[in-house]
Design a protein around this ligand. Structure first.
Ligand SMILES: [Zn+2]
Length: 273
């Protein structure tokens, strides 16, 4: 019999946009240690919704945990600290973010078990989308608070020039799959009821994208820009920036694996004799 997560309230952060879709989800666990997972952006309606959910059970916010410090997950920390000055703020240690969002941060460690609501959650360091990305694992219900690790109906951007690491991302997916999660509560999109199936689809898509990148280089695309044009021929506007970051991530992986090399500014496939 699957244990349910008690005291769980999903609260939208109120920040829809081209890169956040319908906006971020944050997750409140009421109980002994009222805990908010991800801070949102400090939208007044989000803060009021958190307050209303806590008031309904006569509690106050005790801690805020970030899945990672991208602004749509982290920038609301300052407003939350102003409204709940006694709350503790926790995230993976990452100096850039500490400076950008000036609250007093408590660092998390991989494998650390923390009280949240009425349950215990394990911190899983899951870099790839961002170096400081964590997920939170509730063993009793096999539920994962997934941050930006998985998004149903979309891909997760691995920004190759901005801290993204495709090798680390694929390893993070494999480590999460090994836990056999039954449900993932993401920061974007619907709740994921078949995480293993989604991880398999993600891995297959990355592998096919990698074959396309290699094929483009083989056919003579020797720069990030020319690979983007070959692999994403119709993409324009802000989404082209996403494609550029994705191709950077693929090329970084292929270079690390010595499948591709940089020959005086020109990318080429490594051929073995
Ligand atoms: Zn993110």
């Amino acid at each position: 019999m699957q244990e349910r997560l008690p005291g769980l309230v999903g609260l939208d952060a109120g920040n829809p946009g081209p890169l956040t879709g319908a906006g971020n989800h944050t997750w409140l666990l009421t109980g002994d240690v009222p805990t908010l997972i991800d801070a949102g952006v400090g939208a007044p309606a989000h803060l009021d919704a958190i307050a209303a959910a806590l008031d309904a059970v006569g509690q106050t916010l005790r801690q805020v945990v970030l899945t990672h410090a991208h602004s749509d997950h982290a920038s609301g920390s300052v407003a939350l600290a102003a409204r709940w000055p006694d709350a503790v703020f926790l995230k993976w240690p990452w100096p850039d973010a500490d400076r950008r969002y000036p609250v007093e941060w408590t660092p998390l460690a991989n494998g650390q078990v923390m009280a949240a609501g009425d349950v215990e959650l394990e911190v899983l360091h899951t870099p790839g989308h961002a170096p400081d990305h964590i997920c939170l694992w509730h063993a009793g219900s096999s539920t994962l608070f997934g941050g930006d690790l998985l998004i149903e109906g979309s891909t997760v951007v691995v920004p190759g020039t901005r801290g993204g690491d495709l090798i680390a991302y694929l390893e993070s997916l494999a480590r999460v799959a090994a836990r056999e999660p039954r449900q993932v509560l993401p920061a974007h999109g619907p709740v994921i009821d078949d995480p293993i199936g989604l991880i398999e689809r993600y891995s297959a898509r990355r592998a096919s994208r990698e074959r396309e990148v290699l094929a483009a280089i083989t056919r003579g695309a020797d720069s990030i820009d020319s690979i983007v044009t070959a692999v994403y021929p119709t993409i324009t506007g802000p989404l082209r920036m996403v494609a550029v970051e994705t191709v950077h991530a693929h090329v970084n992986k292929l270079r690390t694996e010595r499948c591709v090399e940089d020959d005086d500014g020109h990318l080429r496939v490594v051929t073995t004799a």
